[in-house]
Design a protein around this ligand. Sequence first.
Ligand code: NAD
Length: 328
Amino acid sequence: MLSRRQTLKSLAALSASLALPACQAQERQQQQAETSQTRSLASAAQTFHPFDFDKRTVKLNNGIDMPIIGIGVWTLTPEQAEKSVSVALKAGYRLIDTARMYRNEEAVGRAVRNSGIARKDIFITTKIYGSGDYSNAEAAINNRLKALGVDYIDLLLLHYPDQNDTQAWQVMEQFVRTGKIRAIGLSNYHRKTFSRIMEVASITPAVVQNEVHIYNQDKHTKEFLKSYGTQMEAWYPLGGRDSYGKGGKDILFAEPVIVTLAQKYRKTPAQILLRWQLQAANIAIPGSSNPAHIRENIAIFDFSLADAEMATISKLDKKTKFSTFGGE
Ligand code: NAD
């Protein structure tokens, strides 16, 4: 910090060197300071991103940190799920996405317990499924805790909109209050269905998990969620598997823009698709039982897509889903 005398001295020197009267030099110095402040604010605004790429987390609207890349275990048998989660945790993943409907929560719980990693450092998401669960949510949630073999669930989602979901939401809120769930959210909800939950909610959903990939960017829902501070999470981040007969990963892996970027960055198309998800501020939970793919899918923190490349990918949105599940 300069003293007033030093400032006047440096202004006098500046005015001498520029052959300007002292008052003009002072004005110019002030203008320069303002311009550089405006520039740095503009660049801070440009570079602001909700994700912490060093810690690989995002702060949710209830203040807790959630990992931004995880492993999804849909369609994996219990044996595959246990092995995949073990490989993933060794490779640095800290987020696991399961559901009652996947029938592998016990296996996920075993892999977590056997990992040697502290429970607090692993983030487990599970879901309750349909009106049967929603109308008896307390038992459904207690069964999730039991199946996983955990004292608390990090994130519990309603799997899809169905009868009694508002009732279930209120029960989920009770579990948050007692510390058995850290965050609650929705899956396959969009503006209308989200608003229906908000009519009864005293806790705003922390996350919405929807089918999101380069051909179905769900920009409408994302824009809508901004005012709630609700974080988007992408299922089918690679385009998905074939269970519904229309798995899209091979289509997205062959998308010319993605192929070109993969060549440029010496990465695989899967890695470009996942890096895009993170830079677009979507949490991604790619699914795989192949150890090489599991490791590949998290090796996406040593490069970044340029703004112009993100803009090009943004234009690839066709608003087409690969799955028939999930509503609109
Ligand atoms: P995905 O987009 O992650 O694609 C998975 C497919 O890509 C699989 O066939 C897998 O073998 C393959 N794959 C993965 N990594 C690869 C790589 N590096 N190279 C080549 N192929 C690779 O689709 P998904 O697994 O179905 O979805 C991800 C997760 O999202 C699921 O496991 C599940 O946890 C969640 N999910 C949620 C819902 C929901 O309704 N909430 C619906 C579907 C999926």
